[in-house]
Design a protein around this ligand. Structure first.
Ligand code: SRM
Ligand code: SF4
Length: 517
């Protein structure tokens, strides 16, 4: 038996499909797919490889695709937002957008026959969806207030854009990083408040000062999944914020891709994230492999990171580092957008700001560069009555994954239910502090429930002899400095009992008191 055949036996089903035909190969077939229609596309191309272009077949709404973009550092322009609105508008009620927990945008309702034209239009405004799904590096996150935060350590915008350009070859697709053993998350923090949940990423760069130079310490191996949740651990290296960040990212991705098979990562997808390579090899061997790939050794980590603040949610009106300007953080309930509001957001960014829009991992958005004198006019705009700057406490910090409406993994409906329960409890209770409730429809944990003050993971529960929608409840997640994951405190609570249980938790642990009726 040849070595190749022996190695192939160790590949899981997805690896075999990738070995037969690379995911990126469908890029050249998109026009053809548009002509033949989704029903005639090969099943593996339809359900798997199209994700390399950011195109997700949705079994819940067959024929209406989800398109996951890349919005590096969560930074987009009014022109880009207007185009995204225009793309979904033609699908009427089926068309919508979501701000995701990776500071990104997903569009829904899209027909395959329109994709080639949509791709041309995205390119024309500098957007891409390439390699945003499956075994690729996902949207790269950075501080939403990069370049405008008066207390910022490093402006991450250019660095994040350069990283994306390197990894996806300026939107053309990059065969070097298209066959990772699994998905891969990268975050670059430049603020003091850990605005991007560094600990949840496969690789995170966090600001740290060494010998008077500000650069980054590197964390590796963080991830959430149904089987295991791991906080990222220090690689014990420090890198200056220039090309070294790109070089070390390239080296880590190369080691993970090229040595993943030897490290046993391509046999079982539940044991294929970067942390498993570190577990299998040990941190020292992993670091040595990265340094070898890099061609030189790296200085040890700076003793302290510069993350020393509680996490901000950026809602409301905040002074910028540019005198006379503020940024205004708008709350977008569970990140859901319609074409109409997207057009309106683009208009507000142009009229009141400089045309920029920033997205946050809390599924909200900011309009920066608003002259102080313009603030009262902006706050009086009708959209700000819907996307408020100071919503009630539970709604304010609510996060939810996609859930049953569009996701076939979901055990429960999330977005609508989470808003309804938050509104009910906000009406019943005085809640003196921010309580971050994270909903996620299944144990995959896209809504980062382990990061929430309270986290809810969808599950099925038997009640009165019937299977009903329910949740496991987590508590104790901390974000910002000293971030840590929460732990499960209740199993299998039926959703109709949730308002009472959550109310009890809010009173017992978060100082809530009933409102006088
Ligand atoms: Fe996720 C799979 C949605 C952030 C962990 N995630 C999925 C799929 C693609 C499953 C599917 O095909 O239906 C979901 C698409 C549903 C849809 O139609 O929207 C999905 N994930 C999302 C989003 C949209 C949730 C949201 O509402 O914001 C987020 C998109 C981010 C982006 O813009 O790229 C999203 N997913 C996350 C995060 C959070 C994060 O990155 O900080 C996690 C946990 C962190 C992590 O990955 O380590 C996450 N998603 C998963 C997993 C479990 C990964 C694993 O190693 O097992 C899956 C399933 C898988 O990959 O096998 C998954
Ligand atoms: Fe779908 Fe589960 Fe992710 Fe929610 S957590 S989007 S239900 S895969």
């Amino acid at each position: 038996m040849t070595i190749a055949v022996e190695a192939n036996k160790k590949l899981n089903k997805i690896e075999k499909a990738k070995a037969e035909k690379d995911g990126l190969a469908v890029k050249d077939e998109l026009e053809h797919f548009a002509k033949i229609g989704w029903e005639n596309i090969d099943k593996t191309d339809l359900e798997l490889r199209l994700k390399w272009l950011g195109i997700f077949f949705r079994p819940v709404t067959p024929g209406q695709f989800m398109l996951r973009l890349r919005i590096p550092n969560g930074y987009l322009t009014s022109e880009q937002m207007r185009l995204l609105a225009d793309i979904i508008q033609r699908y009427g009620d089926d068309g919508s957008g979501d701000i995701t927990t990776r500071q990104n945008i997903q569009l829904r309702g899209i027909r395959i026959e329109d994709m080639p034209d949509i791709f041309r239009r995205l390119k024309a405004v500098g957007l891409t969806s390439i390699q945003s799904g499956f075994d690729n590096v996902r949207n790269i996150t950075g501080s939403p207030v990069a370049g405008i935060d008066p207390d910022e350590v490093i402006d991450t915008r250019e660095l994040v854009q350069q990283l994306q350009d390197m990894i996806v070859n300026h939107g053309e697709g990059n065969p070097a990083f298209t066959n990772l053993p699994r998905k891969f998350n990268i975050a670059v923090e430049g603020s003091r408040d850990n605005s991007i949940h560094a600990e949840l990423n496969d690789v995170a760069f966090v600001p740290a000062e060494r010998d008077g130079v500000i650069g980054f310490n590197v964390l590796v191996g963080g991830y959430l999944s149904a089987q295991r949740c791991a906080e990222a651990i220090p690689l014990n290296v420090w890198v200056p914020p220039n090309q070294t960040v790109l070089a070390i990212s390239r080296a880590i991705l190369t080691v993970y891709t090229q040595q993943g098979l030897a490290a046993g990562l391509r046999a079982n997808r539940a044991k294929a994230r970067l942390m498993w390579m570190i577990d299998n090899w040990g941190l020292d061997r992993f670091r040595a492999a990265v340094e070898k790939e890099l061609g030189h050794s790296l200085p040890t980590a700076a003793p302290m990171t510069l993350i020393d603040r509680d996490k901000q949610d950026h809602l409301g009106v905040h002074p910028q580092k540019q005198a006379g300007y503020v940024y205004v953080g708008l709350h977008v309930p569970v990140g859901r957008l319609s074409a109409e509001v997207m057009f309106e957001l683009a208009r507000l960014a142009d009229v009141y700001g400089n045309g920029e829009i920033r997205l946050t991992v809390e599924q909200n958005l900011l309009i920066p560069f608003v002259p102080e004198a313009q603030v009262p006019l902006l706050l009086a705009e009708p959209l700000l009555q819907q996307f408020q700057i100071a919503p009630p406490p539970l709604l304010r910090s609510l996060i939810s994954c996609t859930g049953k409406k569009y996701c076939s993994f979901a055990q429960v409906e999330t977005k609508g239910r989470s808003v309804a329960i938050a509104q009910q409890l906000d009406a019943q209770l005085h809640i003196p502090q921010r309580v971050r409730i994270h909903w996620t429809g299944c144990p995959n944990s896209c809504g980062q429930p382990q990061a929430g003050d309270i986290g809810l993971i969808g599950t099925k529960v038997r009640k009165n002899g019937e299977m009903v929608e329910g949740v496991d409840i987590y508590r104790g997640g901390k974000v910002g400095k000293d971030a840590c994951l929460g732990e499960r405190i209740y199993k299998a609570v039926p959703c109709d009992e949730l308002p009472e249980i959550l109310s009890g938790l809010l009173v017992e642990h978060f100082g809530a008191t009933p409102k006088e009726i």
